[in-house]
Design a protein around this ligand. Sequence first.
Ligand SMILES: Nc1ncnc2c1ncn2[C@@H]1O[C@H](COP(=O)(O)OP(=O)(O)OP(=O)(O)O)[C@@H](O)[C@H]1O
Ligand SMILES: [Mg+2]
Length: 270
Amino acid sequence: MIPRSKILIIAGSDSSGGAGIQADIKTVTALGGYAMTAVTAITAQNTTGVSSVVSTQPKEVEKQILFTCKDIKPDAIKIGMLNSSAIIFSVIKALKKVKNKKIVLDPVMVAKGGFKLINDKAIRTLREKLIARTQLITPNIPEAEVLTKIKINNVEDMIYAANILLKLGVKNILIKGGHRNSKIMSDVFLNNQELRIFKNKKIKTKNTHGTGCTLSSAIATFLGCGKTLNKSCELGIKYVNQSIRSNLNYGKGQGPINHLSSIKIKRNYK
Ligand SMILES: Nc1ncnc2c1ncn2[C@@H]1O[C@H](COP(=O)(O)OP(=O)(O)OP(=O)(O)O)[C@@H](O)[C@H]1O
Ligand SMILES: [Mg+2]
């Protein structure tokens, strides 16, 4: 097939391949898109945890975005981990020049295993300077708590938090429910016109590393090929659900999901 959309991914590398830029590239590819990248950091990690994080020079992040987009124009942009204030400012500067409005921001702060990936100053810059410039943000519950400064215990709290984010100038919000201890996973979508709650049965597995990165990249891929935001969220959640369900069980810790769940290999490559 020929790619249906061209996606620029601005995110950190996960050496274990389950999350970060590796998950993003696999997702975009598995959903029929063409992936381009600007690497913001390099992490050494595996399914049991993160051992180190090294940031890219802010100027280099800006250069990757500008030089890439000058040549191949993306249809949508996914932003993942930006782990310093300086990197966030360089991304904002570059995006002003790229002028693409289809930006999905996954405000990554903490890895699944609990490792804090970005510092407090970066969180402030993200909240005050970046979130309102994007089309959609996709915080998980702990991230929504940090951004809104409220405690989230149930779906009503998620809706309340999404309303606070609307007031901060965010256009569309999808608060992911993966961290709630509940039999039903509820993801709350809110903008000025509508509230939609996506519900799925919780799949019993420890292998959910990278679900958030995968979801935001899937949404960006669908947005890039012209689907509405609402439909892109619906299809993105469906893809993540199917990829968790296939339960690879790689590694000793929280293993990756199966990004190939959408693909069939042609007979002549078997
Ligand atoms: N066990 C599960 N069963 C079904 N859906 C799940 C499960 N865990 C997470 N999800 C779904 O996966 C998506 C991502 O949510 P989650 O809250 O896990 O993101 P995240 O914490 O940012 O992930 P990560 O940072 O590890 O990539 C959501 O649509 C959520 O409902
Ligand atoms: Mg996440």
